[in-house]
Design a protein around this ligand. Structure first.
Ligand code: NAX
Length: 326
């Protein structure tokens, strides 16, 4: 039998944590023959909810679940972590200034990054879900110089899946027929869902749908899908967010094959994105590592959209630098 993989999940007492834990323990993330040890990190106010989730995990009697430990200390929770899913954060609330938002998250992701650098396993892979996800990932990465920068990523898979789902609906196709959709830039309203290289059943997506729609209403809809869910459901995206985080880790560990997806990974300057930023790119995963798909033609429209979202990432990075958070 295989050695358990240790997965540390922060914000385990919250909604996305609750939606993710059971699927991870059931084998949806790491494979049907891969035991998993869960480590739950919460803040004191969230400990009871995390403990409750742990009781329910026991009640599922998942054969793959090798253990559950709960802590409010990052050094304990990240000890030996192979996978770190950073879900808990301080997202923006009404009237909050950007400086306050970044400051509050610096106080979370700085110490968590340090604890990962000091305590996690050598092969640790980090996915940040908590918003502002890209910049929180950058803060954590900057506090863990021991860990290769490539191991810090942020979630844009939910945006990607939204983009695929909405394209499939518009084209009257199944999602399995779709490939080559890309989310570029920041997980925010400036993100660019790009169909220039997407295909539906092997043919260009821009022949299956109205290109005007693809470069107008579609982009808006994907970028504002989170708000649409809140309005219709009366609460933020939870199961779809947990699903996306699980798919991100699964693809990272097990590979994508030829299929393409989107993830926010550290830039090495690809597509003109400044080095070191954690920006969403077209990616494949191979041998346990994300690789940016290079060489895609970028037309004028796409260039402007990518540059606008990347400019926002640059300004977030400059702001956290000025605040002394990195
Ligand atoms: P909840 O408020 O339900 O849960 C968050 C949990 O994190 C709480 O239990 C809280 O106690 C805990 N927490 C806060 N600070 C912590 C810390 N320092 N260490 C450990 N735990 C801590 O939020 P939920 O709906 O689960 O959303 C979690 C995060 O995901 C939010 O930041 C949200 O903005 C973000 N999202 C990101 C998405 C993405 O695509 N990247 C989409 C979904 C979601 O909106």
């Amino acid at each position: 039998t295989k050695t358990p993989i240790t997965v540390t999940l922060t914000g385990a007492g919250g909604q996305i944590g609750y939606a993710a834990l059971f699927r991870i323990a059931a084998g949806d993330m790491l494979g049907a023959d891969q035991p998993v040890s869960l480590r739950l990190l919460e803040i004191p106010q969230g400990m009871r909810a995390a403990e409750g989730a742990a009781l329910e995990l026991t009640d599922c009697a998942f054969p793959l679940l090798a253990g559950v430990e709960i802590s409010d200390a990052p050094e304990v929770a990240f000890d030996g972590a192979n996978v770190a899913m950073l879900i808990g954060s301080r997202p923006r609330t009404a009237g909050m200034e950007r400086g306050d938002l970044l400051e509050a998250n610096g106080a979370i992701f700085g110490p968590q990054g340090r604890a990962i650098g000091a305590r996690a396993a050598d092969d640790v892979r980090v996915i940040v879900v908590g918003n502002p996800a890209n910049t929180n990932a950058l803060i954590a990465q900057q506090h863990a110089p021991e860990v290769p920068a490539e191991r810090f990523t942020a979630l844009t898979r939910l945006d990607h899946n939204r983009a695929v789902g909405l394209l499939a609906a518009e084209a009257g196709a199944g999602v399995a027929q779709i490939d080559g959709v890309t989310i570029w830039g920041n997980h925010s309203a400036t993100q660019y869902p790009d169909l220039s290289h997407a295909t539906v059943g092997g043919a260009p997506a821009l022949e299956a749908v109205d290109p005007q729609w693809a470069r107008g209403a579609y982009i808006e809809r994907v970028a504002k899908r989170g708000a649409e869910i809140i309005e219709v459901r009366g609460g933020s995206s939870v199961a779809s967010a947990a699903n996306a985080a699980i798919e991100h880790v699964r693809d990272w560990m097990l590979g994508t094959g030829e299929r393409r997806t989107s993830a926010a990974v550290v830039s090495h300057g690809e597509y003109g994105v400044p080095e070191g930023l954690i920006s969403s790119f077209p990616v494949r995963s191979e041998g346990g590592a994300w690789r940016v798909v290079e060489g895609l033609a970028v037309d004028e429209f796409s260039r402007q959209r990518i540059d606008a979202s990347v400019a926002e990432l640059v300004s977030e990075r400059d702001a956290v630098r000025q605040l002394g958070l990195i």
